[in-house]
Design a protein. Sequence first.
Length: 135
Amino acid sequence: MGADQAVHPDDLDSEEIAALVGDQGFHSAVDAVGQAAIARDLLNRVRKGGTFLVFGVAAPDDALELTPREVYDSELTIVGSIINPYTHERAVAMLSSLPLDSIPTRVFSLSEYEAAFAAQAQGREKIYIAPIEKL
């Protein structure tokens, strides 16, 4: 998707990340967790002129404190996104018109998971991993 690196939240203060972003901070950050405390921490790490995407679904009463002056001073771009609004119903309606039966499938046992992942990487068939020998 174009990212050079993804960072686990526990590693944000590591020397490796400091070397990567310096004192400027991240060019872009995505909150995919949906907690105001985590969003606030990420906002503090976005560089001047950076972009912050709010993608995580927070509880309705979980408030993020942010002043207009902070946005102004930091020249932040803040973007909100919801997962494909109004598309799920249309996608389900299309299923009957798609030739899904023509997609080749193969079932692997759980003990064959490595071969299953290798086959999936080829992208030629739908792969199932079954916890029992026969599906």
